[in-house]
Design a protein around this ligand. Structure first.
Ligand code: SF4
Ligand code: FES
Length: 349
């Protein structure tokens, strides 16, 4: 379960995949409500809890929530920008059962990273990484790749090594939420992706056994879509800061989807019985070409949010697929002349 504790965040990344309309502090679930969500999630079978946001450290009750989740026997991850992670706070979270930290990195050096984060964040991240290692917690570094930082790919791999990361996720931007607004500026070029491939492959080879390197493709350039969420309502759920339960983190993008809230209905009922979780679960919803395609058990027809965003129909084949009748929509985007590369930073709230 991805528990998005808050949308509040000290960074202003242009590639943010959180919705354009953020949940305000006043609408966030309270401590007791989050504890109940964690209890219900464990009853449902959830074993991994990612405490995320926004910036989860913005919640003063984070320690209590870590205690609750780890006490239930869950593997608890903190997904953070690193801002606000002091030695005392981390020591306390570790005492309470925090198992893993995922830290975001925006660039290879402070100048670029701070520009892309819209904040003086880079040095805090170096400090945060050192703290995580000092407490001997597994460290994942997450880098969102796009047109404005692909040229620093080697530098960012080297930075993750210096940080002592156990896992490095190099993820080309996926276009949801705020990032969709900036797609023209963020979409990498074909040349950038071609240059990245051998660099990533070499790093995977060289760092085998030391640092796991995961590369998330820029799916618009692919022939087949990603197996988004490993299938809708199959393995994961997201709880938004206001208690809305989402089959995927970006699902609010599907404006036709009737979403439900833990304030109104038990989590188990939402998981098993809700219209939202059943809408694209399994294969019954599929139409041609997915319905009879041999890859439907591999990619589950791709991404529902992307299908909706590009075609207005969440049950359509993901237009990234070369077999989709809508593939032209993606090709037009790839072939269109690129703009200035200027993006709009995520707003301040
Ligand atoms: Fe996947 Fe559907 Fe394309 Fe087949 S037709 S590859 S199932 S998206
Ligand atoms: Fe929602 Fe892919 S991002 S299904």
């Amino acid at each position: 379960m991805l528990a998005e504790l808050t949308h509040r965040c000290p960074l202003h990344c242009p590639y943010c995949s959180n919705p354009v309309e953020l949940v305000t502090r006043e609408r966030e679930l309270g401590t007791e409500e989050w504890c109940s969500v964690l209890d219900q999630a464990r009853d449902l079978g959830v074993l991994q809890v990612h405490l995320s946001g926004g910036e989860p450290l913005a919640r003063p009750d984070l320690p209590e929530l870590v205690t609750r989740a780890s006490g239930l026997g869950c593997y608890v991850s903190l997904v953070t920008s690193g801002l606000g992670l002091t030695e005392a706070r981390l020591a306390d979270l570790v005492d309470r059962g925090l198992a893993h930290v995922q830290l975001s990195v925006q660039g290879a050096d402070a100048a670029r990273a701070n520009l892309l984060a819209g904040a003086k964040a880079h040095d805090h991240k170096l400090t945060a990484a050192a703290l995580v290692k000092r407490f001997e917690l597994p460290l994942s570094v997450n880098v969102v790749l796009h047109r404005a930082n692909h040229d620093q790919l080697e530098g960012m791999i080297a930075l993750a090594e210096r940080m002592g990361a156990d896992r490095l996720e190099l993820a080309n931007t996926q276009f949801y939420g705020w990032a969709l607004r900036n797609r023209d500026a963020l979409l990498p070029t074909r040349e950038q992706l071609a240059a990245a491939e051998p660099v990533v492959r070499a790093a995977m080879e060289r760092l085998k056994g030391t640092m796991q390197v995961v590369y998330v493709l820029s799916d618009y350039y692919e022939q087949y879509p990603k197996p988004c969420m490993s299938g809708w309502g199959a393995q994961q759920l997201t709880v938004a800061p206001d208690g809305t339960v989402l089959p995927c983190p970006a699902a609010t993008a599907i404006t036709t989807l009737p979403l439900e809230n833990v304030r109104d209905r038990p989590l188990a009922e939402i998981w098993y019985d809700s219209e939202s979780f059943n809408a694209y679960r399994g294969e019954d919803w599929m139409r041609e070409p997915c319905r009879t395609c041999e890859r439907r058990t591999v990619d589950f027809g791709g991404c529902r949010c992307q299908a909706f965003q590009l075609t207005g129909d969440a049950a359509a084949t993901d237009p990234v697929c070369r077999r989709s009748p809508d593939r032209g929509l993606v090709d037009v985007l790839l072939e269109a002349p690129r703009g200035s590369g200027e993006f709009v930073m995520r707003g301040v709230r």
